[in-house]
Design a protein around this ligand. Structure first.
Ligand code: G3P
Ligand code: CA
Length: 263
């Protein structure tokens, strides 16, 4: 598989990134959701969220706690991987997904790593601060173990984690997530460059042309989330973004990939 480049070539359409997999049609952050993304031609990448278990294994889960997307309860960090593996992570979405489990990052790589790039969003909590560098080291280990070093993007709202990733592995490609409350007033290039990031990610409503111009002027790629309608995707295409994250990437991919405009 090709090496991941943060910016598509200028004459190419933006990347289509399946946000938590095809999460509109399968339970988010599960192998079912990622498998659906891998089956659709034109989808370039999946986005997923990572956290640590009690025994410091890297699992793919959005929330700090288990109850919204599984049969578990309370913070995932309080449970071992063995305990987490027993939970049903699909029935909340639809009974037909009752066999789905909360996957490890390695299991996701095994399923789709030969076909798709992976945007790994490292979650960090106000309630529980991981020891400095712990999650970063664990994630880098798994990425390396599965031969995914040149196929991933590391992103986070916590830019310190991205700085740590670069310190541990200088060739890693990182992306700053824009946190409106924390980052308002700071330019995309400033936020990205101070931690060596090559990608700036924000919500569609947060992006304006000034930000886009600033990022592109400094060679920083701009990805937006979460665009679920063809109409919304078309608007962002005309802006010239470099990546579009969508919960139903399968529905927008043909429109995005047939876009003739220059970025
Ligand atoms: O990575 C972009 C987006 O996923 C950030 O927000 O809450 O969906 O993880 P959230
Ligand atoms: Ca995310």
């Amino acid at each position: 598989m090709r090496t991941y480049q943060p910016k598509p070539n200028l004459d190419m359409p933006p990347y289509v990134i399946a946000h938590r997999g095809i999460s509109a049609k399968a339970p988010e952050n599960t192998l079912a959701s990622f498998g659906q993304a891998a089956a659709i031609p034109g989808i370039d990448m999946i986005e997923l969220d990572v956290r640590l278990t009690k025994d410091e294994e890297v699992i793919v889960l959005h929330d700090r706690t288990l109850q919204r997307t599984s049969t578990g309860n309370g913070p995932a960090r309080n449970y071992s991987l063995e305990e987490i593996r027993k939970l049903d992570a699909g029935s909340w979405f639809h009974p037909m997904f009752s066999e789905q489990r909360i996957p490890t990052l390695g299991e996701v790589f095994r399923k789709i790593g030969s076909r798709l790039w992976v945007d790994i969003e490292m979650k960090s909590d106000l309630f529980h601060r991981e020891p400095l560098g712990l999650m970063e080291e664990r994630v880098l280990d798994v990425v390396h173990q599965y031969g995914m070093d040149d196929r991933v993007l590391y992103s986070s709202f916590n830019h310190q984690l991205l700085s740590n990733i670069k310190r541990l592995k200088s060739s890693a490609v990182t992306g700053v997530l824009f946190d409106f409350l924390h980052d308002f007033g700071r330019s995309p290039s400033k936020l990205a460059e101070r931690v060596g990031a090559k990608v700036f990610k924000c919500a569609t409503r947060e992006l304006n042309r000034h930000m886009l111009t600033d990022a592109h002027h400094h060679g920083i790629a701009v990805y937006v989330y979460t665009l679920n309608s063809v109409k919304g995707a078309q608007r962002m295409l005309s802006y010239g973004v470099d990546g579009i994250l969508s919960n139903n990437a399968d529905d927008i991919v043909s429109v995005v990939k047939s876009y003739g405009g220059k970025r």
